[in-house]
Design a protein around this ligand. Structure first.
Ligand code: HEC
Length: 158
């Protein structure tokens, strides 16, 4: 059984091949149609406060009140799925670009990695695009400068 770390890495690999296959372009176009605006590296305190409220109500039950993730989050569950990872700097969230994070939260992991079975729900019809972005800004606000810079570079927003 692969370690959760390799599972996380393989999720990234599969995302990469998804983009190579051209699905990424379609996804970006779909998001542009939905009013997607690139997140900016500079943090906005009002948006972060709003995001914290969204996070507490919709994310904390799985990802933890302190963004610590579920117990043994790197060990696959009996059903073969992964537990909810932390969103603080100890997790993997900061390895993903803004576009990927937005899509994962809005539509669920399978929107980024087709056929990937995951307990991460999509939030279409539950959260607005602004609420999703705010929750992500709140998460980012907890990262040290180094992780934020890496993530911003990956997103092309710095
Ligand atoms: C019902 C439990 C549950 C809820 C509620 C939930 N998540 Fe998740 N989330 C998960 C699980 C489980 C994963 C791991 C997905 C996988 O690898 O299969 C995940 C993965 C993620 C990832 C990808 C992280 C990575 O390192 O690849 C992001 C980003 C994310 N969640 C954000 C959110 C946000 C933001 C919210 C609230 C708006 C939220 N999640 C609500 C269970 C949940």
């Amino acid at each position: 059984m692969p370690s959760a770390f390799s599972a996380a890495e393989s999720l990234e690999d599969r995302q990469a091949s998804f983009v190579v296959l051209g699905g990424g372009a379609a996804l970006v176009a779909a998001l542009a149609g939905g009013g997607w605006v690139a997140l900016h590296y500079q943090l906005d305190s009002a948006e972060i406060a709003a995001g914290q409220t969204v996070y507490s109500a919709h994310c904390a039950s799985c990802h933890g009140a302190k963004l610590e993730g579920q117990l043994d989050w790197q060990t696959r569950l009996p059903n073969g799925r992964m537990p909810a990872p932390p969103h603080d700097a100890s997790g993997h969230t900061w390895h993903h670009s803004d576009d990927q994070l937005f899509t994962i939260v809005k539509k669920g992991v399978s929107a980024v990695v087709p056929d990937y079975e995951s307990d991460m729900p999509g939030f279409v019809g539950v959260l607005t695009d602004d609420e999703v972005r705010a929750a992500l800004e709140y998460i980012k606000s907890t990262w040290p400068e180094g992780e934020r810079k890496v993530q911003a570079r990956r997103s092309g927003t710095n």
